[in-house]
Design a protein around this ligand. Structure first.
Ligand SMILES: [Zn+2]
Length: 574
C-alpha cells in the first residue's frame, strides 16, 4: 500500500466554474484519487477555493457585497457543485483560512532568512480620493496602442496589448472614477527565483517521466529570453494575507498583502492542515503528508492542473518550498491539461457561452458529464465539446453499452430464474475467453490510470463493457434457455457477476451508476469496490442464490430535439 497525495489546481473564487475548468484539474484528479483508493492505497485528495487577489475584490464589488462575505458564499457554492459532481475531495478548503495565513507568513520568513527575498522600490499609481495604491486592474484609461477608452492597467481588452498602468492616457480609478491619480514610490517584496534557477533546472531535468506538456512549459520559463525572473510577491490590496515575517511585523510593508500567486499554492498545505483540524486530528496527521522528516518521504504527490498553471507549479511553488531550507515534500508528478473548447470557440463567462457547472447539473446527472469529459479529456491536445459529440457519448457508450447490458441481464434473469443469481451449469471456454479479454482490458485500464492517461483508461473501461455485451450476444441465454436451462443459468450468472465487476471498475468515472449497480446487487460499495485481482475470480464472486433487484434504467438517451434546444440555449449572446 502506497500513500498518495493528490491536489487539483484551486478554482478561483470569482464565480461558478465551467466544464473546461472542471476537466482541466478537479475531475481527472477525482477519478485518479478514486482509482487509487480502489487499489487499496492510502489517498488524500485536497483542493480549496483560491480567494485572494484583485478579481475577487472586483467580483465582490460587482455583487455589492463585502469581499469576505462574497468569498464565504461563493466557497459554499463551489463546494456544493463539487459535491454535485461527486468530486471525492478529502477536504475542500479556503486559501483565506488562518492555516494558510500562518503558513504563507512562515514561508516568507524562511525565504527572507535564506536571502531569497528582496525589497524593491517601484513606482505605482496612487489614488488620493480612494486613499490607496491602485493595482493594475483598478486603473482604467485609453489604450495608447488602439485608442480603446476602457483599457485596463494590465491589458487592453480590445487589442490585447499588455500594458503598464502608467502607459494609459487619461487614467482613472476603476473604484471611484477619480482622475487625480499620482505616481508614488512604494516598496514590494520580490522572490529571487533567479538565484534558484540552477537548482530548479536540475530538478526539472530529473523529471524524465513527466508529460512533455509539463516539462516544455517549465523549460520555456526557465531558459527563454533572460531566463527565470524574480517575481513580485506582494500587492497593495486590503484582501489577502498581510505581509509579515512569521508572526512579526515587516517594517515598510504595512498595509500590503502577499500576491495571490504566492499564497495560493501554499494552500495545498494549508488545506491539509484544515483537513486535520476539521477531523479532530493532531499536527502530525497533516505533517506526515508534507514534511519528509515527519513521514512524507514515502508519499507520492501528484498535482493536476490546466496548462496556464504549470509555470507556478513547476517553478514558483517549488522555489518557495526548496528556498525555505526546510524539508517540505515536492511534487512527484504534474499532470497538465490543454484547453476544452466549446463548439469550436472559447467558453465565455461574460457572453454566457458554454456550460457552467451549475447549469450542467440542472440539465443532466453528473455521471453523464463525468463520462464524456473524462473520455475526452484534453490531454495531448485541446478537445472540443459539442452537443453532438456529447449526445453520441451518452447514447452510445452509456445507454447502449453499459446501461443496456445491466438492464438485459437483470431483466432476463428475473423473468426466467427470479431475482437471485441462478444456480446450475458451469462456465466453459466462452466464459474463459471473456475473462481473458477482461484481464487484458482491465490491466490496460489500470496501467493507464497509474500513468494518469485518463482518456486511454476510459477507452479500456468502455472496452470491458463492450466485451460483456458481445459475450451476452454470442451466448444468447434467451435462446439457450429453451434447450439447456442449466447452461443459460451459468451464462446469466456470469452476466450478473459482470454487473458487479462493472460497478467496481467504472466507479472512478461513474460513481452514481456504480452506486446504483451495487444497490441492485445488495452490496455495500464501501467494502466491495476494491479493484479486482483477476477477472476469472471476479466472475464467480456472486454465489448462486445471491439476491438482486432490477435497477431503474441507468442512463437515458438524449434525442435530437433536446440536443438542438441545448445548442441554442448555450450558444451565448456574442
Ligand atoms: Zn488597445
Amino acid at each position: 500500500m502506497a500513500r498518495i497525495l493528490v491536489t487539483s489546481a484551486l478554482p478561483y473564487i470569482n464565480g461558478v466554474k465551467h466544464l473546461g475548468n472542471l476537466v482541466g484539474s478537479m475531475l481527472p484528479a477525482c477519478a485518479y484519487a478514486r482509482f487509487m483508493r480502489a487499489r487499496g492505497h492510502e489517498v488524500l485528495y485536497i483542493c480549496a477555493t483560491d480567494e485572494h487577489g484583485t478579481p475577487a475584490e472586483l467580483a465582490a464589488a460587482k455583487a455589492g457585497q463585502p469581499v469576505r462575505v462574497y468569498c464565504a458564499e461563493m466557497h459554499e457554492t463551489q463546494k456544493r457543485l463539487g459535491a454535485g459532481f461527486r468530486l471525492s475531495f478529502d477536504y475542500f478548503g479556503r486559501s483565506s483560512s488562518d492555516r494558510n495565513k500562518a503558513l504563507t507568513q512562515h514561508f516568507a520568513k524562511k525565504l527572507s532568512e535564506a536571502g531569497l527575498i528582496e525589497e524593491i522600490s517601484t513606482r505605482q499609481v496612487y489614488s488620493p480620493a480612494d486613499g490607496r495604491f491602485l493595482p493594475d486592474r483598478y486603473v482604467e484609461g485609453t489604450c495608447p496602442n488602439c485608442g480603446y477608452d476602457k483599457a485596463r492597467g494590465d491589458q487592453c481588452e480590445n487589442c490585447t496589448k499588455q500594458l503598464d498602468p502608467v502607459d494609459l492616457i487619461d487614467p482613472r480609478s476603476a473604484i471611484s472614477g477619480a482622475t487625480d491619480l499620482e505616481v508614488r514610490e512604494t516598496k514590494h517584496l520580490f522572490l529571487r527565483q533567479s538565484k534558484m534557477k540552477a537548482r530548479l533546472a536540475e530538478w526539472i531535468e530529473s523529471k524524465t517521466d513527466w508529460p512533455l506538456l509539463t516539462t516544455s512549459i517549465a523549460k520555456k520559463w526557465l531558459y527563454d529570453g533572460d531566463g527565470l525572473q524574480d517575481r513580485g510577491i506582494t500587492r497593495d490590496l486590503d484582501w489577502g494575507v498581510p505581509v509579515k515575517r512569521g508572526d512579526e511585523d515587516w517594517p515598510g510593508m504595512e498595509g500590503k498583502v502577499f500576491y495571490v500567486w504566492f499564497d495560493a499554492p501554499i494552500e495545498y498545505i494549508g488545506a491539509t492542515a484544515e483537513w486535520a483540524d476539521a477531523n479532530g486530528l493532531d499536527e502530525a496527521a497533516w505533517r506526515r503528508w508534507w514534511r519528509t522528516d515527519e513521514g512524507a518521504d514515502d508519499v507520492r504527490y501528484v498535482e493536476f492542473m490546466a496548462k496556464d498553471n504549470i509555470p507556478f507549479h513547476t517553478l514558483s511553488f517549488p522555489a518557495t518550498l526548496m528556498g525555505s531550507g526546510e524539508p517540505w515534500k515536492l511534487v512527484d508528478f504534474i499532470k497538465g491539461f490543454n484547453w476544452l473548447t466549446y463548439e469550436g470557440g472559447k467558453f465565455s463567462t461574460s457572453q454566457g457561452r458554454g456550460v457552467f457547472m451549475d447549469q450542467a447539473l440542472e440539465i443532466m446527472p453528473s455521471d453523464y458529464w463525468r463520462w464524456w469529459l473524462l473520455a475526452n479529456a484534453p490531454e495531448s491536445a485541446d478537445s472540443d465539446f459539442t452537443w453532438a459529440a456529447f449526445q453520441t457519448g451518452v447514447n452510445k457508450d452509456l445507454a447502449d453499452v453499459l446501461g443496456n447490458f445491466v438492464s438485459r441481464v437483470t431483466k432476463f434473469c428475473r423473468s426466467k430464474f427470479g431475482e437471485q443469481v441462478p444456480e446450475g451449469g458451469a462456465y466453459g471456454p466462452e466464459e474463459a475467453a471473456l475473462a481473458a479479454e477482461l484481464d487484458t482490458r482491465l490491466a490496460a485500464a489500470a496501467k493507464a490510470m497509474e500513468a494518469v492517461e485518463i482518456r486511454r483508461a476510459a477507452q479500456e473501461i468502455r472496452g470491458a463493457w463492450v466485451a460483456g455485451n458481445e459475450y451476452l450476444q454470442r451466448a444468447a441465454p434467451w435462446a439457450v434457455f429453451k434447450e439447456d436451462p442449466a447452461r443459460a443459468a451459468a451464462q446469466v450468472r456470469c452476466g450478473l457477476n459482470l454487473v458487479r465487476l462493472y460497478a467496481i471498475v467504472s466507479r472512478p468515472f461513474l460513481p452514481d451508476a456504480s452506486d446504483a449497480m451495487f444497490a441492485a446487487l445488495g452490496l455495500d460499495p464501501e467494502t466491495e469496490s476494491r479493484w479486482p485481482d483477476g477477472a476469472q475470480a471476479a466472475l464467480s464472486a456472486l454465489p448462486p442464490g445471491h439476491a438482486f433487484t432490477v435497477p431503474e434504467n441507468l442512463f437515458r438517451k438524449i434525442d435530437d430535439a433536446e440536443r438542438s434546444d441545448l445548442e441554442a440555449r448555450f450558444a451565448g449572446a456574442g
